[in-house]
Ligand binder design. Structure first.
Ligand SMILES: [Zn+2]
Ligand SMILES: [Zn+2]
Length: 349
C-alpha cells in the first residue's frame, strides 16, 4: 500500500506505520548493545559472575568475553533472517574491544550494522572466597579424650587427619579449610569452613581413634528477611579413655582391648580368651580397669597339670592359680606376665 509520508513527503514508497520505509530505517537500529560491558571474575578462584550466579567451571578468557557479548546483544523484533557475528578486536589489560556485526531483513529490506563495545573484566572476590578471607566457619570440631589428657602423638595424628581430610574435601567444597586451631588444655578445637567438611573431619577422627561424636548447634544470628536462624555446629569428638592393650570391664567381663575402630571396640576376655565386639556407642559403659603399662612380670615356682604356682610380685608370697592350656608349655623358673584386677591375679600369655 503506497501512501503519503509526512516526514519526507513521498507518495510512492512502502509505509511502515505512519512513515515510509526509508524514513523508518533512518531512525531504526537492528541491534542494541551497551557501550561497556562488565564481567566479574574472582581473582582467587577464577569463578565468574554470570546472570547473578557465580560459577567456577573453567572457561577461557575469550569465551568469557564472547558469552558476555551474547548476553548483552539485543536484536529488535522487526528483524528477520539475522546473522550476528562477534569479534574480539583487541585485548588490552582487562579491557577487550569488540565488534558486533549484524546482517538481517527489516520489512523486506536487507541491512547491515556494525557496533563496537568494550568488555571489561573486573577482578573481584567471590562470596565464597570472601568468606574464606574473613575466616568464616560453620563448624568447630572439639577433639577431646574421655577422662584423660590427649598425648602429643595423638595430637600430631589428629592434625594430620584434619589436613588430609580437608585436602580431599577441597576438590568439591571450597569451604573445606581450617581457618583456626585452638590449642586448649583439654584438647584441640578445629574450626572448619563448612559443616559438610566438618562432619567428614569428625568421622575421619573416629575412624582413627574410635570415640563418640556429638553435635550441638548454636544459634549465631537470625536472617531478618526470612526469620531463619543461622547456626554454627559444635561437633565434639570424644575418644576413649582406654587404648589398645589396656584392660577394661564391660558387662562384668574383664577384657584386654585388642582393637579400637570407628563403630566398635574388640576386647578379649582374659578368663576365657573369647573375643567380644562392643559397640562404640556403649563407650560410657566400658570401664578402664588397668593400663597396659601396669602389666607385671613374675616367676613360675611350680606347676602341675591343674595348678600353676607363681610369686606374687608385691609380697613374694606363693600363689596357686588354675592351669590353663596356654600355660602348659611354660617351665618352672620361666618368667610370666600378670595383671592384678580387683585383687585377683590374671596370667597373661
Ligand atoms: Zn518518508
Ligand atoms: Zn572465589
Amino acid at each position: 500500500m503506497k501512501m503519503f509520508c509526512p516526514e519526507c513527503g513521498s507518495t510512492d514508497k512502502e509505509m511502515v506505520g505512519d512513515v515510509c520505509i526509508d524514513c523508518f530505517l533512518k531512525e531504526f537500529q537492528m541491534l542494541e548493545l551497551p557501550k561497556r560491558i562488565e564481567v566479574q571474575i574472582c581473582s582467587h578462584c577464577n569463578s565468574k559472575l554470570e546472570e547473578g550466579k557465580w560459577s567456577d567451571e573453567f572457561i577461557p578468557e575469550e569465551e568469557i568475553i564472547f558469552r558476555a557479548l551474547e548476553r548483552n546483544v539485543e536484536v529488535a523484533d522487526e528483524v528477520t533472517d539475522e546473522n550476528v557475528s562477534l569479534e574480539i578486536k583487541q585485548i588490552k589489560g582487562t579491557i577487550a574491544t569488540c565488534g558486533v556485526e549484524i546482517v538481517g531483513k527489516v520489512h523486506g529490506t536487507e541491512i547491515e550494522e556494525s557496533h563496537e563495545t568494550e568488555v571489561k573484566i573486573l577482578k573481584t572476590v567471590c562470596p565464597t572466597c570472601s568468606k574464606v578471607q574473613s575466616g568464616y566457619y560453620e563448624s568447630v570440631i572439639q577433639f577431646r579424650a574421655d577422662k584423660r589428657e590427649i598425648k602429643s602423638e595423638e595430637y600430631d595424628k589428629a592434625d594430620e587427619i584434619v589436613e588430609r581430610t580437608l585436602i580431599k574435601q577441597s576438590k568439591k567444597d571450597k569451604l573445606a579449610y581450617c581457618p583456626q586451631i585452638a590449642r586448649l588444655k583439654e584438647g584441640r578445637d578445629y574450626y572448619i569452613g563448612s559443616l559438610k567438611s566438618g562432619k567428614k573431619v569428625a568421622e575421619a577422627l573416629t575412624e582413627e581413634f574410635g570415640g563418640v561424636i556429638k553435635e550441638s548447634p548454636r544459634l549465631i544470628s537470625e536472617d531478618k528477611s526470612t526469620g531463619k536462624g543461622l547456626y554454627r555446629i559444635w561437633i565434639s569428638v570424644r575418644i576413649p579413655e582406654f587404648e589398645v592393650g589396656d584392660f577394661v570391664k564391660y558387662e562384668e567381663k574383664i577384657m584386654k582391648v585388642t582393637s579400637i575402630g570407628k563403630s566398635s571396640v574388640v576386647g578379649e576376655d582374659i578368663s576365657t580368651n573369647k573375643k567380644h565386639n562392643i559397640p562404640m556407642k556403649n563407650m560410657e559403659d566400658i570401664e578402664l580397669v588397668k593400663r597396659s603399662s601396669e602389666v607385671e612380670t613374675t616367676t613360675i615356682i611350680s606347676k602341675s597339670p591343674s595348678i600353676i604356682q607363681i610369686l606374687d610380685p608385691s609380697d613374694y608370697s606363693a600363689v596357686d592359680l588354675e592351669m590353663k592350656e596356654e600355660f602348659t608349655d611354660y617351665n618352672i623358673g620361666d618368667e610370666i606376665k600378670l595383671i592384678k584386677i580387683d585383687n585377683y591375679i590374671y596370667l597373661i600369655d
